[in-house]
Design a binder for this molecule. Structure first.
Ligand code: 8YV
Length: 317
């Protein structure tokens, strides 16, 4: 072990791109808290940083176990799994990777909207399975010109709105606060937004403040022509209520990239043909994941060089 290098705990299986950035510069302890608690106890007094992904859990208990901890560098824009209050309480800074993934997540949101509306996965299967010669596929529905309601109007929400405008869609949103500088209609809550939307697209942070925000009532308001798209966090949707609404035709369909208990997707959801499912790939392109890995490492490097952090989370600014 090179004692001159800072010691870092990886709390989940890190992206190989992030790990490759870290490897030469730090001594990396891979998931000791899960794999070898005794080894963690031995290394704990020397661990100065945690490397995490957007889905990682960093509990108050783990933070308390690491008395030398200075920084938690998340490779992801979302950091709802990190107990930020506990970190701040112990003088630990938290960083994330905003902006660099806006395009990819917004692209995927539009892709899921189109896939659900035009039934692209089913159309692909139709051709592969040799069903075309037997007759045309059932007609799908038009997306251009429809109404999109966006839950969360941060950087990615705005990128989705811009794309929706290019499809001639009318854009409305809900968020904690109205953003008066934006030309979109604001609704104070998800239910009233859903009632005026054909596509309800979720891109709000996860965590306690948005848990099960999209419940049976909101889905009923979206209605039998409505399509739900989730590129935020599975926790934002009451998944049992969603499955029920899809099975009973309360809403028309869904495009889902995130789930309550990833990577486990309920069998009942997987059985529904009007649902398009992707395995949490919002930011999963080579270009974007490299940019995220570089930013996550850049924060860590800046910290150990005594320089200002590049992208601290808002609570740590
Ligand atoms: C990734 C994400 O799944 O940025 C986020 O919040 O959910 C994703 O981009 C992941 O964090 C990549 O490490």
């Amino acid at each position: 072990m090179d004692l001159s290098k800072p010691e870092v705990l990886a709390v989940s299986k890190l992206s190989p791109l992030y790990a490759a950035n870290l490897q030469p510069a730090v001594t990396l302890h891979d998931r000791l808290h899960e794999l070898d608690p005794a080894a963690l106890a031995a290394a704990a007094p020397r661990i100065r940083a945690i490397a995490a992904s957007g889905e990682s859990k960093v509990s108050a208990a783990l933070i308390r176990q690491l008395p030398a901890l200075e920084l938690i560098s998340v490779m992801g824009v979302g950091y709802d799994g990190v107990d930020v209050a506990a970190a701040i309480g112990q003088g630990v800074k938290v960083t994330h990777t905003p902006d660099v993934l806006n395009d990819d997540v917004a692209d995927l949101a539009i892709g899921l909207m189109l896939s659900a509306a035009r039934q692209l996965p089913a159309a692909d299967r139709y051709v592969r399975e040799g069903r075309w010669p037997g007759g045309a596929m059932p007609l799908a529905r038009k997306m251009s010109g429809a109404r999109i309601g966006i839950v969360g109007m941060g950087r990615i929400g705005q990128a989705i709105a811009q794309r929706a405008l290019a499809f001639g869609m009318s854009v409305a949103y809900t968020a904690r606060n109205a953003r008066d500088a934006l030309p979109y209609r604001y609704w104070p809550d998800a239910k009233s937004l859903a009632a005026e939307s054909d596509y309800l697209v979720l891109i709000t942070p996860g965590g306690a403040g948005t848990r099960k925000l999209i419940n049976a009532e909101v889905l009923a308001a979206l209605g039998p022509q409505g399509i739900l798209v989730n590129v935020a966090r599975g926790s934002v949707v009451d998944e049992a209520a969603l499955i029920d609404a899809l099975e009973r035709g309360v809403i028309a369909g869904a495009g889902l990239d995130v789930f309550e208990d990833e990577p486990n997707v309920p069998e009942r959801l997987r059985a529904l043909p009007q649902v398009v499912l992707t395995p949490h790939i919002g930011s999963a392109t080579n270009q974007t994941r490299q940019a995220m890995a570089d930013l996550a490492y850049g924060n860590l490097r800046a910290h150990f060089a005594g320089e200002p952090l590049l992208t601290p989370v808002p609570e740590c600014r």
